[in-house]
Design a binder for this molecule. Sequence first.
Ligand code: GLU
Length: 459
Amino acid sequence: MSVTVRFAPSPTGNIHIGNVRTALFNWLFALKHDGKFILRFDDTDGARSKREYAEQIASDLEWLGVRPHRVEYQSKRTEAYDAAVERLKKAGLLYPCYDTPEELERRRRIRLSRRLPPVYGREALKLTEAQRSAFEAEGHKPHWRFLLPNFDVDPFATRRTEIHWDDVVRGPQTVDLASMSDPVLVREDGSYLYTLPSVVDDIDMGVTHVIRGDDHVTNTGAQVALFEALGANAPAFGHHNLLTTTTGEGLSKRSGALSIKALREAGYEPAAVAALAVLIGTSENVAPSASIEVMAETFRPSSSSKSAAKFDPTELDLLNRQIVHQLPFEEVSERLKAAGVNVDDPRAGQFWNVIRANIEKVRQAGDWWPIITDGPARDIVLDGDDLDYARTAFSLLPEGDVDASTWSAWTSAVKEKTGRKGRALFMPLRIALTGRSSGPEIADLLPLLGREGIAARRP
Ligand code: GLU
């Protein structure tokens, strides 16, 4: 069977690392099964959905290496949903309700006080034609509920009705349709809630696997019934655990800090964000993959744990560093250029190989380039004994070409002449050469500076 998945964000804000988990679970699943990936914007909420969010989401996905085969907008598919509504109405499976939120809340409380499940009691089904007309005459508009198939003949005598599926992530699942309210599919103003358009699209677009967050497990019960009511077979489902902040709060499209846009702007590597988004909260090691294709080969949705996983930004820093330390020059040259590195300089490639082990973000290389090409930073300045010592040491630089062995020859000579060793020996030299107390190995820096560059740094 060919596989088709979809990632269906509502463009009501910037996507965050938790949304990306869903996107990547789908993308890796599609890659692994040589399937198709649809990016579907669930933008039926006209007031909150924004074009610029949709564009940002598409660009964030591209940055992460996700390449949708097809892009769809629910706002352009209203006719298909209208047709499904007609079909459900004809079958007597969609009924108008005039209950106000206050009435619903009052009944919910009563049910709870009687120790009954707080589900909708289908009061609207009892309305006579005359009562409905009266509501309409008073200007009330109905919302529409889907009649769940959780009864034999009498909708007021519900019975346990189990929906089963073998979840791609969680294994065998059961939901009881008698434990939930008939879902509202259409609002008073005629707009659609997510439930119906999602099912209509999944049918029309041939979606074979719906992979999404485990906050949708209950929805799946109702949606399976809806697939059947619309004459279709339900697809396979997978529900992954959600990510929370380190303090356990849910991530939201409004909490900007963990948005992909913010992480991107902060200079994180897409491979670090992707690896963490997928591997956190699974039994796999959180380690970078050579590529997204390699990640897809080893990806096992079922390795996710059942409980929510905490997203810890320090883990992202760690992963990012590991990735940056391995990035080849060719892959970063554009970004180095943007950070102020003259990538046409013959030293640029070697500079990157030396510097990458000491930075966390690619753009930090930009701080080091002038230190190598122009002169030391002024973070620390030598004085007193250290200044005298450094002057002596500089006059002991070995003759000849400066290469990988220069540092060891130089330090031996300095040690012999001054008696200094360890930190007391090298730190003043590091400071004289770079103006900083930490940085790349001095042995590696010297060939980059060259004899002239070193001489020019004599304090
Ligand atoms: N728009 C829905 C959401 O973001 C999609 C859920 C689904 O994948 O079915 O939660």
